[in-house]
Design a protein around this ligand. Structure first.
Ligand code: CDP
Ligand code: MG
Length: 187
């Protein structure tokens, strides 16, 4: 099942010189780069990326609540409200420097790109993943510094999310079609 997914190398990944390292991992796993560009995103673009979508806000808010509960801190606010707060932080983080945006194509592209990125919190991300190999950042450090978890990359969470996110960053004519000759041997 060939899919497309959106990956971003976030400002911390670009600033740390990790563009090549990240792209290499996606390519060597067998995903085809069909779109790639560097952008300094403005407020509108990051707002379109982290949409005001209730489902997503609830899920991000829930994640934040759980991480606070693990530290023995209780948050009484509804998940959505916490999600809105986190969204504001995220928009500032993503707009803080240049970002490299990629569209990757391949079998199970959404699932595979997510796995290569690893857990949202680099501290618990498994070795072998981008976040697990290249960072020890944690929710705790983010909270202390009053900013989101810097986790090098973003990858769409579902096929539906990928479809809407790709439209935010790329127009159809910016995507290229070509053969990955190794696919004939892999698949
Ligand atoms: O990026 P991923 O899909 O793994 O996580 P998400 O739940 O969609 O959250 C988006 C981004 O928000 C994460 O990649 C983190 O940078 C940040 N985040 C955070 O800093 N603190 C949280 N409690 C939740 C998310
Ligand atoms: Mg996500």
């Amino acid at each position: 099942m060939i899919e497309r997914t959106l990956v971003l190398i976030k400002p911390d990944g670009v600033a740390r010189g990790l563009i090549g390292e990240c792209v290499k991992r996606f390519e060597q796993r067998g995903l085809k780069v069909v779109g790639m560009k560097m952008i300094r995103p403005d407020a509108k673009l990051v707002g379109d990326h982290y949409t005001d979508d209730l489902e997503w806000l609830t899920s991000v808010g829930r994640k934040t609540k759980v991480s606070y509960e693990k530290k023995g801190m209780k948050m009484d606010k509804p998940d959505v409200e916490i999600g809105r707060y986190v969204r504001k932080w995220l928009m500032d983080y993503l707009a803080s420097g240049p970002v490299v945006a990629l569209v990757l194509e391949g079998h199970h592209a959404v699932e595979i790109a997510r796995k290569l990125c690893g857990d949202t919190e680099p501290r618990v991300a498994l070795p072998g993943t981008i976040r697990g190999d290249l960072s020890v950042e944690s929710y705790m450090i983010g909270d202390e510094k009053q900013r989101p978890v810097k986790n090098v990359v973003h990858a769409s969470g579902s096929v539906k999310e990928a479809e809407s996110e790709m439209k935010v960053w790329f127009s159809e004519n910016e995507l290229c079609s070509y053969e990955r000759v190794d696919w004939a041997a892999i698949h």
